[in-house]
Design a protein around this ligand. Sequence first.
Ligand code: MG
Length: 174
Amino acid sequence: MAVESNISNQTSQLRVGLGNDIHRLVEGRKLILGGVEIPFEKGLLGHSDADSLTHAICDALLGAASLGDIGTHFSDRDPRWKGADSLILLRHVCELLHDQGWSVVNIDATIMAERPKMMPHLPAMKLKLSATIGIDPLAISLKAKTNEGLDAVGRGEAIAAQAIALLMCDSLRG
Ligand code: MG
């Protein structure tokens, strides 16, 4: 979708954006987070691969650029995105940002999952995400925590993620 750049009429050349996502854990689905398949008896339910971490990052990036959210660009009624690898959605988002003259400075994200343990998989997620976005892996911070047995995440019914992203206008690069 072609979108006219909205940078020129903005005063700030640095922009921050926030993203949140949650998907339900069900049997018979693969568990994919940050583009990495994690061995587990359940997976996340959704129209795409339901990668809540990557979706939160997409929303943070789109939010920073004031370009709506993931649902604006990738409808869950569009058959093109049925079962889609969410890294492809992330790549589309990054292309949109670049078309508008934005570069990604850094991303910080937290996965909220009671089980399985996320820590061993974070380095692989970081590599997949940084390669997809086209930034240094050091510019991506990934963290994981449980919800201490509280709420749907804490009961192991869902996996959620939060992300924050900083964008820089390409003209700042000189
Ligand atoms: Mg989602």
